[in-house]
Design a protein around this ligand. Structure first.
Ligand SMILES: [Zn+2]
Length: 422
């Protein structure tokens, strides 16, 4: 390439948007990063692009950044509604997502292509389903999200090496350590809130994570829960199916981004902001995925209830319920871990979701919840319902907003105390 002395060269890392609605983004064409250029009328792929005395070149990929998937080409759909419908068809094909979750996931996918427009990036947490459903959901998002980066384990080391300046959508299977969670959390805000690899991030980073981290995520950082249903394993698509899907949709969604970035930016600046913790998420989704067939606000509400139900069927919640029930047993001063296990198993079975807990697992959960286990005579280990432990159990139950904690048990001083605080 010939460079005249007065021409400055700029490497494109994330994207460039010009005032006249022209946009540059990155594609991986012929094994090398190239520029996808939208002039306001048409789109082309080029090795470089010059205008206003500047020459734009694709940025360099470090090893971690090369794990990001970049579209192989650009395709312009006739209209956004068709693209949206086609994404929804694909998400509906897998049986583990119901209509509400398909709508939310579609909103999230479209938003991922415009992250650089927002101050807060929505994050997703996958709730329920088995390992297979979680895995396949991440694979699907890997086809549809902008610059997806699949991460098996995110520990401190992985986090430090993340190529965040490329604005990937992080698809994380598991997160190790609370420190990493809070680092990930800080990257949800822009601009320049987070210092990473020697520079401040300009745009927030979107991410998808397992539900285990949701409790440590904090109230100030709203995340969209996606509830997965368990399905039969033979219903899953094969690997090559995903590869084709990704190639097709990445090209179409990039075309959508290039053509609509300007409009989305304008809308993001001028739209009235929705109040409440989910407000920024709601606004982002509404702007990026226009004409949803369903009311997103209604879905958010329905989703909260579904997540609550999902939580209530989790082992730690049921064990806490069992401990609370036993502590409300008149005249009872202690309960063996085996007894708590028995009660927990019968609660789970009554709800049609058997847990088959063993005492060891129950003991572990109780300890995790901060409920003290001691040796109870010669018979083994258990919980002594002394003053301290009773308060602890009530606090945990109230924190989990267990259904039985909402109903005051008459005559229990600890239930009364909780009631007074509310
Ligand atoms: Zn009580």
């Amino acid at each position: 390439m010939q460079t005249k002395s007065h021409v400055t060269v700029e490497k494109v890392i994330s994207a460039v948007a010009f005032d006249d609605a022209s946009t540059i983004d990155l594609v991986m064409a012929g094994g090398a990063l190239c520029l996808a250029v939208w002039t306001g009328k048409s789109v082309s792929v080029a090795k470089n692009y010059s205008r206003d005395g500047k020459t734009y070149l694709p940025g360099d990929l470090d090893p971690m950044a090369s794990a990001i998937y970049f579209p192989r080409r650009v395709h312009l759909d006739e209209n956004a509604d068709k693209l949206r419908a086609d994404v929804q068809i694909e998400l509906t094909r897998v049986k583990f997502l119901d209509q509400n979750n398909v709508a939310l996931l579609t909103g999230f996918i479209f938003t991922s292509w415009f992250t650089d427009t927002f101050v807060v990036a929505p994050s997703l947490v996958l709730v329920g389903g088995g390992a297979d459903e979680n895995d396949h959901c991440l694979k699907l998002l890997n086809c549809f999200c902008r610059r997806p980066l699949l991460i098996a384990y995110c520990n401190g080391r992985t986090f430090n090496n993340l190529p965040l300046r490329y604005q990937p959508t992080l698809l994380i299977s598991s997160v190790v350590g609370e420190a990493v969670v809070s680092c990930l959390q800080s990257t949800s805000y822009a601009p320049a809130k987070y210092f990473h690899q020697g520079e401040f991030l300009e745009t927030p980073i979107m991410k998808v994570m397992p539900s285990a981290i949701a409790d440590t995520w904090g109230d100030t950082n709203p995340i969209i829960p996606i509830v997965l249903q368990t399905v039969r394993a033979d219903k899953y698509p094969a690997e090559h199916y995903y590869a084709n899907l990704r190639e097709e949709f990445q090209a179409r969604l990039l075309g959508h981004r290039l053509r609509n970035l300007h409009e989305v930016r304008k809308a993001a600046w001028t739209k009235d902001r929705t109040s409440g913790p989910m407000g920024p998420m709601l606004d982002a989704l509404t702007i990026c995925a226009p004409n949803p067939s369903v009311n997103l606000q209604t879905i958010f509400k329905a989703q909260e209830e579904e997540v609550e139900l999902e939580r209530e069927s989790q082992a730690d919640h049921i064990i806490c319920e069992a401990a609370l029930a036993l502590c409300h047993d008149k005249g009872r001063v202690q309960a063996m871990v085996a007894e708590i296990t028995g009660v927990a198993n019968s609660i789970a079975e009554k709800r049609g979701n058997p847990l088959d807990l063993v005492a060891r697992a129950t003991g572990h959960q109780l300890k995790r919840l901060g409920i003290k286990i001691v040796r109870v005579g010669a018979a083994g280990r258990g919980v002594k319902f002394d003053r301290y432990t009773r308060v602890a159990i009530h606090k945990v139950a109230s924190h989990m907003s267990l259904p039985s904690a909402k109903i005051q048990t008459p005559g229990c001083p600890d239930c009364e105390a909780l009631e007074k605080r509310h």
